[in-house]
Design a protein around this ligand. Sequence first.
Ligand SMILES: [Mn+2]
Length: 195
Amino acid sequence: MREATVHRATRETDIVVTIDLDGTGNADISTGVPFFDHMLDAFCRHGLFDLTVQAQGDLDVDAHHTVEDVGIVLGQAICQALGDMRGITRFASPAVPMDEALVMAAIDISGRGALYWRMDIPIEAIATFDTQLAKEFFVALATNARMTLHLEQFEGENAHHLIEAAFKACGRALCQAVAIDPRNAGNLPTTKGKL
Ligand SMILES: [Mn+2]
């Protein structure tokens, strides 16, 4: 079973994430930041994961610690659930439209975590969600899942559409990259012998 539960508590946040990479898109998300819940729901639905996120954070400060730390814990859970990574497809690069917005997520489950962010979000906040936090979330996710993640905006002008397309594209890319390729059964998808 490719699933994991990670609990992380600091003075700023207390977060529990459970993920099943081979789920059907069932989400149970509660972060206290409604727009962020909506984004994680989209990520889960289009990644076909089963995902539970329970986050209690210092929202009286702002949403920064909560959003970043959910990225850390979700990344750690993905990394654990992947296990030895044998048989995975490894690469995926879907481009996902949402109305006028078009965003590509390119993933390499490389063992080297990094985000390459080529997005231009035109406004500062969507409700209680500071739009700069989208990048902070994906940095934390990519680093802790130990995957190379490129998010590239081809088109778009509406901040809600752009960020939602990025979360959907990331979910879809991860769904494809972690999928077991039967032609690669039991092998690591690398010529080096290690990911
Ligand atoms: Mn929406």
